[in-house]
Design a protein around this ligand. Sequence first.
Ligand code: SF4
Ligand code: SF4
Ligand code: SF4
Length: 265
Amino acid sequence: MTAKEHTYLGVPVKKPKVAFFEFTSCEGCQLQLLNNEATLVDFLALLNIVNFREAMSEQSDDYEIAFVEGSITRDDEAEQLKEIRARAQTLVAIGSCACFGGVNQLKNRFNDLAWVKEQVYGSHPIESREAMPLSAIVPVDLEIYGCPIKKEEVERVVTNLVLGKSIDYPKYPVCVECKANHNVCLFDLGQPCLGPITRAGCDAWCPSNRLGCWGCRGPAEKPNVRQLRQIMHEHGFSDEQMLDRLECFGGFGQYVSELKSASKE
Ligand code: SF4
Ligand code: SF4
Ligand code: SF4
């Protein structure tokens, strides 16, 4: 073994060249990575980072893994994403914006996008079209969910990626983690919550802080949306209130349509 080799449990591992990119986003997901000071040094030691605008000024087009944050709302973003895809062996979408369109896709609900643009930007000549997830433009190898992403989950996913281990996510809903944290259910405190149908993995971040889940991680496996609708009704919440949450991050597309149809019955 040479002095330059990096090891994990005594086994030499190759540090992949990694690049981070952002499109239409608040950059909060990238900031999450940098915030984790307790484990940041160990995490970075696994990677050879060649591009990370929030953390360094050097840039390179030579990378194996690309982490991409943000949704696509302009033609030049779509072109740049295609270039990143062509260079990277593995493309990872990070955060709800990249995975589902995120809060940016809320504007897609309006029929007249020109009107939306005028309300936000006035007469400034800014291009901004329908917000799309990365997968609408290029194939995506991995998705890391959340708004923002949970840094512990990213570190686990990245470590497994580097070590060639399998990567999986919880299939069960947020309620499982919420109960494990011994929280009082927010429905009993008069708040709506999408925890019963949302993919876990955030350790019930919002309910543990007395806020109902808004579904930023998208649907759990086989979500029972009809049952949640019944629970919402029993607690005095309307279909419109449930739809507001389901539509917020863009991960529940098919279920939004189903609920809209059920509302008309
Ligand atoms: S997913 Fe949320 S935190 Fe991450 S970039 Fe989008 S808006 Fe920001
Ligand atoms: S607060 Fe939300 S996540 Fe927690 S048990 Fe109730 S419905 Fe489930
Ligand atoms: S509780 Fe829901 S909205 Fe909050 S972080 Fe978890 S999945 Fe996202």
